[in-house]
Write a protein that binds this ligand. Structure first.
Ligand code: HEC
Ligand code: HEC
Length: 558
């Protein structure tokens, strides 16, 4: 236990820690909790976490978390409580705990956005009161990616109160809630709700524990994806097993951005946690390094998720990998939108396609000619009959199907922007900029001819021109002159952080504006999205970054 004189933090820790560790569950009949079978965990952690007769360790045995969640705990043990671990220990311990006390795929799915570092407007449907209490400082994603006993939920919130004393005012008692006459205390409500909805033991976890194993992913996979601001990508990933470690792989990846023709090559390494959670890194150390967070589907023939820049989480593609089990495979078509009554040249992407590949686009579309491109794709001329049915179609080749690879339409009726609400952050001086990419999507009103109905057809990205307009929130609002600019590619680049002497009241370059896309002569079709340009994220509590980066974990330098 850290001694109270070491640092200010230690005083809090000392108080919170001695209480919290002493509160470990009293033995009951057939109590919950997982026995710890890893020597490193026992050796490095039992100084403070008591081992009971059944091999369970106080606190540790009563939780399940993602690898990131376990990394967070371990980092806190090092930073606040003086646990000493080197990189190899930390890696082994995170891996053991994430494998043995992880989440089942069904449990993780609703919280995937948290580990994929997606910036989105999440709506927790479980309980809006608890959501309000818990999203004051971090996203609900951090909460729904953990499972605990009721006692552990209550200890976690006690830790919050011990470590962040302001939490009481900021959230737990906000607006006088939880006073003597105003119903249950928000914290008790949260504990009750979370204990019921996210308990330690679940049927999902026992079922996954029974079948969980190191997945055999070696082989060739097609890659199809979409990067905001850049459009569709297609390529292949070769996954090679690590002979010394059934959960580790190396990868070599090649893909092309269909719109620009830009080609990319990557090599990477990855590890699998809990039998299905892919965590990797490609082109490590290079300027274009990407993190990879993906979910391996149970059939071990599909892997999907997100690749993103570590320093700019908002930049990177959504990807799906599909296993190639011999023969030719189609993975997608660009452009995907085919107009009725017109002949169009498209590129068919996939693997092993040749000019003699048999291609089937469904009734009403004929393949006029097929030529092999230099990049493995096929250049295909298709003509769509005037009476072809409107709608998305699967494309078939040599025993493989790419679902909804093309869509037949009769003209762009309207456009829309994704996301409808964006968030960028001023930066570039002290803090990194937070970019926001927008895509303009074309829509056909569909067979019913009515806009905004279920049969509307998404035609993919359309080429538009972009500009900003003032979102008049105050009299004489001038945000548009200061917040930044939008590029021809729909990527908003914020202005620098810090007070701006050019701006009245020395204000920062923050504010909100409309992002407007226009299509066609004289801007016949247009759409707009709301963009908020916020101050930088001054504090990012993401301690796993240090463990991942290979820098000595805090606590080891002493
Ligand atoms: C020097 C003492 C010390 C050591 C060594 C230590 N811990 Fe802790 N641990 C604590 C204290 C104090 C708490 C309660 C306060 C807190 O959660 O930060 C705690 C709480 C925890 C929790 C519960 C946190 C939560 O999610 O609510 C976990 C998990 C944990 N420790 C894991 C570990 C692991 C794994 C190790 C070994 C690598 C370890 N600890 C080593 C002192 C220690
Ligand atoms: C005052 C700000 C604040 C509020 C409000 C808050 N949290 Fe936290 N929470 C934090 C901080 C800061 C951390 C990071 C602690 C760390 O990593 O050491 C954290 C971490 C967590 C973690 C991960 C802890 C771990 O060790 O794995 C969970 C789970 C969590 N909070 C749940 C909740 C829940 C549930 C609520 C609502 C009842 C809540 N938080 C409200 C600030 C807050």
């Amino acid at each position: 236990m850290a001694s109270p004189h070491r640092a200010l933090f230690s005083i809090v820790t000392f108080a919170a820690g001695s209480v919290l560790l002493a509160w470990s569950p009293a033995p009951q009949e057939a109590p919950e909790g997982y026995a710890i079978a890893n020597e490193k965990v026992i050796d490095r952690c039992s100084r403070c976490h008591v081992v009971d007769d059944d091999g369970r360790m106080s606190r540790i045995s009563y939780l399940r978390k993602t690898p990131e969640g376990w990394q967070t705990s371990i980092r806190r043990m090092m930073a606040l409580h003086g646990a000493r671990l080197n990189q190899a220990d930390a890696t082994e311990i995170v891996r053991y705990l994430a494998n043995e006390q992880g989440l089942a795929p069904e449990e993780l799915r609703p919280g995937m956005f948290e580990v994929e570092r997606r910036s989105l407007d999440h709506d927790y449907e479980g309980d809006s009161g608890v959501e309000y209490t818990c999203i004051q400082c971090h996203s609900m994603g951090r909460v729904i990616t953990q499972r605990r006993t009721g006692e552990e939920w209550s200890l976690l919130l006690a830790t919050h109160r011990g470590l962040y004393p302001l939490v009481d005012r900021q959230a737990f008692r906000n607006g006088g809630r939880g006073g003597p006459d105003s119903g249950p205390h928000p914290m008790d409500e949260a504990i009750d709700h979370l204990s019921e909805v996210f308990p330690l033991e679940t049927p999902e976890w026992s079922a996954w524990s029974a079948t969980k194993r190191s997945p055999r992913l070696a082989g060739t996979w097609t890659l199809a994806g979409h990067e905001p601001g850049k459009g569709p990508i297609f390529g292949t990933v070769t996954i090679i097993a690590d002979p010394g470690d059934p959960d580790a792989f190396t990868t070599s990846t090649a893909y092309v951005y269909a719109e620009s023709g830009q080609r990319v090559q990557r090599t990477g390494r990855s590890a699998i946690y809990t039998g299905f959670q892919w965590r990797g890194r490609s082109n490590p150390g290079a300027e274009d390094e990407l993190r990879e967070v993906m979910l391996v589907e149970r059939g071990q023939s599909e892997i999907s998720g997100r690749w993103f820049r570590g320093d700019y989480d908002e930049v990177g593609p959504d990807v799906t990998l599909r296993r190639v089990s011999g023969g030719a495979v189609v993975s997608g078509v660009y452009p995907m939108a085919l107009e009725k009554g017109v002949a169009t040249d498209v590129q068919v992407f996939g693997l092993g396609l040749t000019s003699s590949s048999e291609l089937d686009f469904g009734a009403g579309i004929t393949v006029e000619s097929t030529n092999a491109g230099t990049d493995g794709s096929l250049r295909v001329r298709v003509s769509v009959m005037a009476n072809a049915n409107l709608g998305a179609r699967d494309v078939y080749s040599n025993g493989s199907i790419a679902e909804r690879a093309v869509v037949v339409h009769d003209g762009v009726d309207r456009i829309g922007i994704t996301p409808e609400t964006g968030l960028a952050r001023a930066g570039g001086v002290v803090h990194p900029k937070g970019y926001q990419a927008f895509d303009a999507i074309g829509y056909d009103n569909g067979p019913d001819g009515e806009p905004n109905t279920d049969d509307d057809l998404n035609l993919g990205r359309v080429a538009v021109s972009w500009h900003l307009e003032e979102y008049a929130a105050t009299f004489g609002d001038d945000d548009i002159d200061f917040v930044g600019h939008i590029g021809t590619d729909g990527v908003f680049v914020p202005a620098v952080d810090g007070p701006n002497p050019e701006r009245s009241g020395l204000r920062n370059n923050i504010g909100d504006v409309w992002v407007v896309a226009t299509l066609g002569d004289g801007g016949a079709l247009s759409a707009r999205a709301h963009l908020v340009v916020a101050p930088p994220l001054y504090m990012r509590w993401e301690p796993w970054r240090e463990i991942e980066s290979g820098r000595p974990p805090i606590g080891d330098e002493r």
